[in-house]
Design a protein around this ligand. Structure first.
Ligand code: SF4
Ligand code: SF4
Length: 367
């Protein structure tokens, strides 16, 4: 019988193994892939949970849309309930607040004006009487300067650590906390006047648009809007005018979430903006199509609280090295803190080439 959080399509799955065979991290042969997916489906011990970095690409690999990623998450959930979660997982958990985790630990060393942004956004979280607002989740709270641009000067921003979208927990299969956040956010937004809620973080956008309502029963009265669409709308309406062309080349790292959403949701609007502001995009070598390349995202970090491992996250970074020398002068990341910092750890020094795409668009006097 299917469990509450079991979103895998058992009936459609033919155990063909394609999802695992194409995975960039498991290194399974075809035979191993078939064998391991069968074990996963049967709930038996499998090597998948040991080596998976929770990047979600297997969902895109499955030709029958069976959602093998959700099956993996569900088995991680079962394992966590049975065996518990390692204490060191607290380092990546944004809740309960105030914690000491890898994002909130940045706050004490922030300059006063950056801390002031967080305080302003927290105060704004008690006043949701605006039709259009921006949500600051944990990634934006960790890097507040990203939204400190005249591009967003008439968009009220709010955020608090406890209004977490639950993404880190979702990726670890800690579904009880995701459910808790889905319920909390439903209640929090119930009386708000927001009609369009803008998301800077691609992970938060997918959580609010697909995961929380679709899998955890959250109900929101607003339309989630990804920030790239919001910027494009303003460019199209003439509210944002391009004042100067950048005339640079860049390659783009898409977030894990962008890769499993429709390309028109996150990947294409960013590229359109970049093209309009004079950035020549050089796509990374497409091993399986450009948008299925796998990097260092926080899925790698998630895994160490499940399996007590720390090294998996570096596999993606190692693979990223293979894309040096493609001729781009800049590398743009779209997930906020994790991916950019991952790239900075592997690029040759000195470098200023890895940056968040939003800083290219909103902080380089483009508009
Ligand atoms: S989930 Fe999809 S790709 Fe994986 S074994 Fe089943 S049908 Fe094949
Ligand atoms: S989530 Fe990523 S690492 Fe895990 S099995 Fe799927 S493709 Fe492989």
């Amino acid at each position: 019988m299917k469990g509450k959080y079991d979103f895998f399509d058992y009936e459609k799955c033919s155990s063909c193994g394609i999802c695992l065979e194409r995975c960039n991290y498991l290194h399974f042969t075809h035979e191993e892939s078939v064998e391991e997916i069968k074990k996963l489906i049967a709930g038996e011990k499998t090597r998948i949970l040991d080596d998976c970095i929770y990047c979600s690409a297997c969902n895109a690999f499955c030709p029958d849309d069976c959602h093998p990623y959700e099956l993996i998450l569900n088995r991680a959930y079962e394992s966590g309930r049975k065996n518990g979660i390692p204490l060191k997982a607290k380092w990546v958990m944004p809740l309960p607040y105030p914690p000491q985790n890898f994002r909130s630990a940045l706050v004490p060393s922030m300059p006063q004006d950056e801390k002031a942004l967080i305080n302003k956004w927290e105060a704004q979280s008690y006043d949701l009487a605006h039709e259009e607002m921006m949500y600051a989740g944990c990634n934006l709270l960790a890097l507040p300067y990203l939204a400190n641009s005249k591009v967003f000067e008439d968009l009220p921003i709010f955020g608090r650590w406890d209004l977490c979208c639950g993404e880190m927990f979702y990726r670890g299969g800690v579904f009880d906390i995701v459910q808790q956040q889905a319920d909390k956010l439903t209640e929090y937004f119930a009386s708000s006047e927001i009609k369009r809620l803008v998301f800077m973080c691609p992970a938060g956008y997918r959580m609010f648009k697909e995961v929380l309502p679709g899998q955890f029963g959250a109900k929101f009265n607003f339309e989630p809007v990804f920030v790239a669409h919001w910027i494009l709308d303003r460019m199209n309406s003439g509210k944002l005018k391009v004042e100067r062309q950048l005339d640079i080349s860049a390659t783009v790292q898409d977030s894990c979430h962008a890769r499993i959403m429709d390309p028109s949701e996150e990947m294409e609007p960013w590229r359109e903006i970049l093209g309009r502001i004079g950035v020549k995009i050089v796509e990374m070598e497409p091993q399986w199509g450009r948008w299925l390349l796998l990097w260092h995202g926080c899925g790698g970090q998630t895994v160490f609280w499940i399996e007590g491992r720390t090294h998996k996250c570096f596999k993606g970074a190692e693979r990223g090295k293979g894309n040096r020398g493609i001729g781009a002068s800049n590398l743009l990341c779209w997930l906020l803190s994790d991916c950019r910092n991952g790239w900075l750890s592997i690029l040759p020094r000195p470098t200023n080439a890895a940056c968040h795409g939003i800083s290219q668009i909103c902080h380089w006097r483009v508009f």
